[in-house]
Design a protein around this ligand. Structure first.
Ligand SMILES: Cc1ncc(COP(=O)(O)O)c(C=O)c1O
Length: 379
């Protein structure tokens, strides 16, 4: 069975391969011994290798050792977890926060804790797989609305006016398209139709908003949604995730959220590094400024060459290539030209919307950006 399935994937150009990345310097990595510019990382602020984060993690390693040893409710709760949660709540300007081991675990746990059979979910068609899986696991009825389409969402809300609990779930920044959820409109509809809202800030924390707090800050909606989820493994450069909300939400999730309860706690050294990363977002705002400057430079250069960036508004931008073979070929050619930028194919995106996904970082130099533009001009 496996051989047959795998042969099918290979025939369609959809077979995925793991590629070992040799360590390189910052935004450049070694692939098969060759240094290439890396446009496939979500280390937006260039914090993943920051000396202050390494130092914070090493100090905690010395004190606490490596693993947490148990789930937090059994014996794995360290002061660093509480401290990081307090810092996250203060960072986001929301009452309380709760840690998760990854964004995936957060989403597949939070949604089924909040809604169940008999309840109703509304989900943007381009939501991240972890939100989709959370919706499926909940066994609530799921209505998928067209991407960023408020009138479609409203039509569905109207149709389900008498449903029990209702929750709208959306990425803040869409991970494959780099566009933003129309949150002011979503929040207004949620008020009108008595619905909760959950926003996934995975690609927005540290990146969007005047102080890098995410899409809620960007839109001035900090205290306007019930559930804000974010990650520590992208712009913050570490690993893990969090949810923020009011006292009741967090207390309830500690009782009911299976992906929080039934798993070993986040290693304390990662909590220590994340605390330092939150401080650096404020201490080194030039990183966010540089990120956006780099983003503008690349987008302007690619646009001038006639590439279609599919409406991206953020440091993630897709470059459309159409079919599987075209995107595959473009990625291979870019690698030859010294640029690592992966082809994104089904099932991640629809078959006719295959693309090269670029994510730029504050750590990219002028020289890196010039190399990218030159490579695209030669495609
Ligand atoms: C929108 C979104 N949500 C959640 C996740 C999962 O986060 P994590 O990598 O921490 O599991 C990702 C990507 O990984 C993402 O892009």
């Amino acid at each position: 069975m496996f051989e047959q399935e795998l042969a099918g994937l290979k025939a369609q150009g959809l077979f995925r391969r793991l590629r070992v990345i040799g360590s390189g310097r910052g935004p450049r990595i070694l692939i098969e011994g060759r240094e290439v510019v890396n446009l496939a990382s979500n280390d937006y602020l260039g914090l993943a290798r920051h000396p202050a984060l390494r130092e914070a993690a090493s100090r905690a390693l010395g004190t606490y050792g490596v693993g947490a040893g148990a789930s937090r409710l059994l014996a794995g709760d360290f002061g660093l977890h509480e401290e990081l949660e307090a810092r996250l709540a203060a960072f986001e300007g929301r009452p309380r926060a709760l840690l998760f081991n990854s964004g995936y675990q957060a989403n597949v746990g939070i949604i089924p804790a909040l809604v169940e059979k008999g309840d109703t979910l509304f989900s943007d068609e381009l939501n991240h797989a972890s939100l989709i899986d959370g919706c499926r696991l909940s066994r609530a009825r799921v209505w998928v609305y067209r991407h960023r389409d408020l009138s479609h969402l409203e039509a569905l809300l109207r149709e389900t006016a008498d449903a029990r609990r209702k929750l709208i779930v959306t990425d803040g920044v869409f991970s494959m398209d780099g566009d933003l959820a129309p949150l002011p409109g979503i929040v207004a509809l949620a008020r009108q139709y008595g619905t909760w809202v959950m926003v996934d800030e995975a690609h927005a924390t540290g990146v969007l908003g005047p102080r890098g707090r995410g899409t809620l800050e960007h839109f001035g909606l900090t205290d306007q949604v019930e559930v804000q989820m974010g990650t520590l493994g992208k712009a913050l450069g570490v690993f893990g995730a969090y949810v923020t909300g009011d006292e009741g939400l967090i207390a309830y999730l500690i009782q009911r959220c299976r992906s929080f309860i039934f798993t070993t706690a986040l290693p304390p050294a990662l909590a220590a590094a994340s605390i330092r990363a939150l401080e650096l977002v404020d201490e080194e705002p030039w990183r966010r400024e540089r990120l956006w400057k780099n983003r503008e430079r690349l987008v302007a250069g690619l646009r001038a060459q006639g590439f279609d960036m599919m409406g991206s508004e953020t440091p993630i931008f897709p470059v459309r290539f159409g079919g599987v073979a075209e995107a595959h070929h473009a990625a291979a050619r870019l690698l030859d030209l010294g640029i690592h930028a992966p082809a994104i194919r089904p099932p991640t995106v629809p078959p006719d919307a295959c693309r090269i996904r670029l994510s730029v970082s504050a750590a990219h130099s002028e020289e890196d950006l010039e190399a990218v533009l030159l490579a695209f001009s030669r495609l």
